[in-house]
Design a protein around this ligand. Structure first.
Ligand code: KG4
Ligand code: ZN
Length: 405
């Protein structure tokens, strides 16, 4: 089966083409025919965060050229002697799909009608969670391609994509083939990204139970905001981490930052107060020198790491899980990776720990394609779902509680 996957949930446009022989269990090998990505991070850096309308505009600009690039890389763009013409029915159907994106439709026609229909069995697309205006660009393109090529569309949950990314292992000596690590259940996933902080129990393959989530800011969001306070660029995670690494061993902030909800008897998180504590710590200094900034960055990173590790391990022990999976952009963080590795080895020696390779930790089309290979559930008329959950949360977020009042 060959799948073309599209990811546009935030500020990366990702297109991947993957192929695998389907089996009843996991596919033995997944060949990556293309894995293309355009990041808008540099553009959003000037605003210090992602603006949904700007993200949508940029996805709209980038998606078809990226698609053409991916098809060329996979050697699947074969020129026709005479360009294909859409009949009236096809034209109407596609115009309806691209109702709000006439320009995207024009570029799609110009770019693809002069080529043969590629040998693709399905289109996969992220349907949520994410920024809805950004998600719609991917969904409309996916449905448009589905209609143009006569293939079904598979909606993919972005967070499931992040979980799958942790299970992917490069086949030795090959640059573009992966195997999937065999999974054992129950399994526990900690998902940490710019928009999410979730602890999810997986009793069996593809089944999820939300144990806890952030009540306010996501971890990645907290990294980004703290970066801004320290005068660092967006995305802030890698910047804060680089600064923290410069802090001298053994030296600590005179008044350490809090470890929010470390001891709470649930699996929820909260990072908004920690961010405010960073602000107070900054204000305490009359003039902040480089060393002070390094120590603040380090204590912030330590606090986040301590809370994430402690709660994940507590849940792992309570539910006697056989493996722990980390997913999402924040898993690129060296301190978090290392601390999980050493603590799991020390305290839960029989439990496997899966962390995505750093090149697969952020958003990408490949993880969406592989997640689609595993689920293969097609759908007509997909809707963007900004707050799509893997499972119904057991506890409400503060925002939800406030809304109810
Ligand atoms: O999963 P992702 O690429 O996009 C979302 O789905 O949100 O995650 C992006 C987040 C950003 O907040 C970014 O600052 C954070 O991941 N991030 C990091 C690191 N690299 C990226 N956070 C901490 N340390 C890093 N090295
Ligand atoms: Zn993500």
């Amino acid at each position: 089966m060959r799948i073309l996957a599209i990811e546009t949930s935030c500020d990366e446009t990702g297109i991947a083409i993957v192929e695998a022989k389907l089996t009843r269990t996991l596919p033995k090998q997944i060949n990556v025919l293309s894995n293309a990505l355009v990041s808008q991070a540099a553009l959003h850096a000037q605003f210090g965060g992602v603006f949904p309308s700007v993200a949508r505009r940029e996805h709209g600009k980038n998606i078809i050229p990226l698609l053409v690039h991916a098809l060329k890389e996979a050697k699947m763009l074969k020129k026709l002697k005479t360009p294909r013409k859409l009949d009236k029915k096809e034209e109407r159907q596609l115009a309806k799909i691209f109702n709000k994106e006439a320009e995207l439709f024009t570029v799609l026609k110009e770019s693809l009608l002069s080529s043969r229909i590629p040998k693709i069995d399905a289109i996969a697309v992220t349907s949520g969670p994410g920024l809805e205006p950004a998600l719609w660009v991917g969904i409309n393109t996916a449905e448009g391609l589905g209609a143009l090529w006569g293939v079904p569309v598979i909606p993919v949950n972005h967070m499931e994509g992040h979980i799958v990314a942790a299970l992917m292992a490069l086949v030795p000596k090959k640059k573009s083939a992966y195997t999937l690590k065999p999974t054992q259940y129950p399994s526990l996933a900690l998902l940490i990204s710019g928009g999410h902080t979730e602890l999810v129990l997986m009793p069996s393959a593809g089944k999820y139970k939300m144990l806890g989530q952030t009540r306010d800011d996501a971890v990645g969001e907290a990294f980004d905001k703290v970066a801004r306070m320290l005068g660092l660029a967006y995305p802030g995670g890698p910047e804060v981490s680089r600064l923290a690494e410069k802090a001298p061993e053994g030296q600590k902030l005179s008044a350490p930052l809090p470890r929010p909800m470390l001891k709470s008897d649930d699996y929820d998180f909260s990072f908004s107060g920690l961010k405010t504590s960073v602000l107070y710590a900054i204000k305490k200094f009359e003039s902040l020198d480089d060393r002070d900034r390094e120590l603040i960055a380090k204590d912030f990173e330590d606090s986040v790491t301590e809370v994430l590790v402690a709660k994940t391990l507590r849940a792992a022990k309570q539910y006697k899980v056989k493996e722990i999976i980390l997913g999402g952009g924040v898993t690129a963080n060296k301190k978090i990776r290392k601390t999980f590795e050493t603590t799991v080895a020390r305290e839960l020696s029989g439990t496997s720990l899966f962390i995505p390779d750093v090149h697969l930790s952020g958003d990408n089309g490949l993880m969406i394609g592989v997640a689609a290979l595993l689920r293969r559930k097609t759908k007509k008329h997909i809707k963007a779902q900004g707050t799509l959950h893997l499972a119904k949360p057991v506890t409400k977020t503060l925002a939800e509680l406030r809304k109810k009042k």
